[in-house]
Design a protein around this ligand. Sequence first.
Ligand code: ATP
Length: 305
Amino acid sequence: MLGFDALSKRSRVARRLVLNAAAKINLALEVLGKRDDGYHEVATVMQAVDLSDRLVIEDAEGLELRVSAPDLPSDGRNLVVRAAHALREATAVSRGARITLDKRIPVAAGLGGGSADAAAALVGLSRLWGLRWPAARLAELAVTLGTDVPFFLRGGAALGTGRGERIEPVAGTALALVLVNPGVGASTLAIYGGVTPAMYSDGSHVRQMVAALRSRDPARVGASLFNALERVAATAYRQVAQMEAALLAAGALGAAMSGSGLTVFGVARSFDHARQIRARVARGSWACWAVRAIRGPAIRMTRDP
Ligand code: ATP
């Protein structure tokens, strides 16, 4: 799986890389309490899924980003640019890159798209610039860019603790899922702002999900879904309950919101089943995808243009 389609014969350095950056869902997300630093202490089971943004990274003098989504900034507010600057500042590299970001993951949707892009930029630019950093060093830089970025450097299924940035891999299984997004974004900050101590729990949902994944039984995974933020989001956005009800009525084994929303997902028995559910649920302004859980890395280099 070579990540570049042109090599400098002299330096054997990658000149052009194409990367897929996969989204994540939270199969379980618990808020355990509030920390002294103002953040919430969470426990979550994250799963990479095959709905991906595409990044093309080419050698260039300066740093330049082009983004396909018209409403996303391409300056220092974009996490890709922030990742590039952070990596350059942490090394003696003076080279640049021309990055083209083709957005497919909906923005501010609880699918971690910005964090996935940041992780892809770190992986791709490390390769382009010939850095040979150990994974742990890249992960340390990743966490300065966002809580979810370290997860995307690993992928698969993982347990996240702390603010969600402390990642340990857990046994995953071959899940098929349906994602439904209402076309309306939610602010992570606003959703966490609505959490009250009555919504705190003790980590038992996450433990149950880890056991369900180990059992490899999609029905058990479907029955173990949990998201403490769902009540907050559902109060402000009636689409959350509507999307979940539609998924369950279409045959999903369980449904829940991902992260701080508003994307909702359902668990299917198989990928064919996921496609059937997707066809039944698709309507109006909702965007729907049948996807598979990714068991390997969330960031993949590809030869495809
Ligand atoms: P999380 O689950 O990590 O909270 P999310 O899926 O809810 O993330 P993102 O799509 O990552 O949300 O976007 C969150 C914010 O980050 C948006 O307001 C967006 O403007 C900003 N952002 C910066 N760079 C990017 C990027 N490359 N892709 C998407 N959003 C980005």
